[in-house]
Structures are given as structure tokens and as C-alpha cells.
Design a protein. Structure first.
Length: 262
């Protein structure tokens, strides 16, 4: 089993180190991560700047590790196409600090790395921790929780579910209540623009993390369960096949062709 690991918090993040140490129980681990925290930059591929790669010797026992001055998606693309000797069997992206919630997952570098892997038909999982800071985190307990998820997913490795979002609670093992598989509540938006004035009185806007101020959720949605002590696992489908919708749109254009010939 060849496993590729990446993240968006940078190669020196304690979250990615915890992920790597856990996944080494299951197979040969390769690491390709940004050389710094890329949470606040473009998570997509770098098209107008060169990407520089540095081999790293930071993680004992891995099959290979590299850092680069690019995005998480760059890490996956360069890893698959250039750096790894063979295509990996699985990608894990994370462990990111701060839960991946609602429609804001589409801004997440942790997710874009997984999406990039899915374009190569590589099953991918992006993992986040319900803590906004790497401080005051007991990583041995987090590794125990993540191990349970990784064990199940790697035993049932399949391309039929290409993308999974996993949120881990930041709790002691005795507080752990189980694993819930459920859709994400896509009505949630964690980041919102707020208006401020600069010293000259001009208005500008900044995206504010409103995690602590979010409106009450439905009790059976993913975030309340995460706060209660559950691991939440959500399949993400980016390439659905809506046959009925396709046929409907085809009728629109056939109708246009008919009207044109008349």
C-alpha cells in the first residue's frame, strides 16, 4: 500500500506529523507538503510561478518527503506526476486545524489536494481537527482517533467513493462517542465578510471566522455531533451524473435547433 500525504498547514505542522506516524502502520508513506502554511493563499495550482522542490529528512521511516513553494494541489500533482516512483493507492490530506464545515470546504486547501488526487482516480480523504490552534492538543489521543478511521478506510479501499471529509473531535478517548457517517450541512458558512474603516475613514472588508457565532444547527447535522464527541465522515461527490438534468438541458438545445430551422 502506497500512501501519499499532504496538507495545507505546512510540512512542519504537528498535524501532518501525527497523520504520517499513524499511516506508517498501514503502508509505505510518501510526503509532499507546502513549505509553509498555505491556509490563507490560493489553494489551487500555481500557473504563473515556478515551483521549487526541496527533499526533506524530517520524518523518520517515510519512503520519501519533499516540500515545495506551492499549493496543496501542486503538492499532489507534482507528487503523482514527478516525485513518487509509482502512483499512490491512497491520498490523505491533513490533519488540518479547524473543522471543515459547510460550503466553506470549497475554499479549503486540504480539500483541493484531495480533489486533485480524485482527478487521477486516487481515493482521497481530507481530515481536520475541531481545534483552531495546534496548541493544547494531545496528539497521542488524536492519533488514536485517526487510526480508527484510517484502518476502516484502508481495509475497504475503493474508488467508488473518491472523496471523504473527516472531522475529528479534540477530546480525550473516554469522551469519544463513535463515528457518524452523514452528509455535510451545506447551509453553513463559517467565513463571512465584515465591514471595517481604515484610519482615513474608508470602508474595507475582511473575512471573519465566525465559528463561535454560528446560528444553531439542526441537532443531527455534522457540527453538533462533532462537538458532542463524534468523528464525522461525509462523502463528497463533485462529479455526479444527473441523467434527468442532462436530458432536460439537451431538450432545451434541441428546442433551439428546431426554432432555428423553422
Amino acid at each position: 500500500m502506497k500512501i501519499l500525504v499532504t496538507n495545507e498547514d505546512g510540512i512542519f505542522s504537528p498535524g501532518v506529523e501525527a497523520m504520517i506516524e499513524t499511516l506508517q502502520h498501514f503502508g509505505e508513506v510518501f510526503v509532499v507538503c507546502p513549505d509553509q502554511d498555505s491556509s490563507a493563499v490560493n489553494p489551487y495550482n500555481s500557473m504563473r510561478q515556478p515551483v521549487r522542490v526541496k527533499e526533506m529528512h524530517h520524518f523518520p521511516g517515510v519512503a520519501g518527503a519533499w516540500s515545495l513553494n506551492g499549493s496543496p494541489a501542486d503538492c499532489v500533482k507534482l507528487g503523482v506526476e514527478v516525485l513518487l516512483p509509482d502512483r499512490p493507492d491512497f491520498l490523505f490530506s491533513g490533519i488540518n486545524f479547524g473543522p471543515n464545515l459547510g460550503r466553506d470546504i470549497y475554499y479549503s486547501g486540504t480539500m483541493t489536494a484531495a480533489v486533485e488526487a480524485s482527478l487521477y482516480n486516487i481515493p482521497a480523504v481530507f481530515v481536520s481537527l475541531n481545534s483552531r490552534s495546534p496548541h493544547n492538543v494531545n496528539y497521542s489521543k488524536i492519533k488514536t482517533l485517526f487510526y480508527q478511521v484510517a484502518e476502516v478506510l484502508l481495509q475497504h479501499k475503493t474508488k467508488s467513493v473518491s472523496l471523504l471529509n473527516v472531522n475529528l473531535p479534540n477530546i480525550d478517548k473516554r469522551e469519544f462517542k463513535g463515528i457518524q457517517v452523514l452528509p455535510m450541512d451545506m447551509s453553513v458558512s463559517r467565513y463571512r465578510f465584515v465591514g471595517m474603516h481604515d484610519p482615513h475613514g474608508e470602508m474595507y472588508y475582511w473575512q471573519k471566522d465566525q465559528l463561535q457565532e454560528l446560528e444553531p444547527f439542526h441537532p443531527s447535522s455534522d457540527y453538533p455531533l462533532l462537538k458532542e464527541g463524534y468523528i464525522t465522515v461525509s462523502p463528497i461527490e463533485l462529479r455526479p451524473h444527473f441523467k434527468r438534468r442532462q436530458e432536460q438541458v439537451e431538450r432545451w438545445f434541441k428546442s433551439m435547433e428546431t426554432n432555428t430551422t423553422d
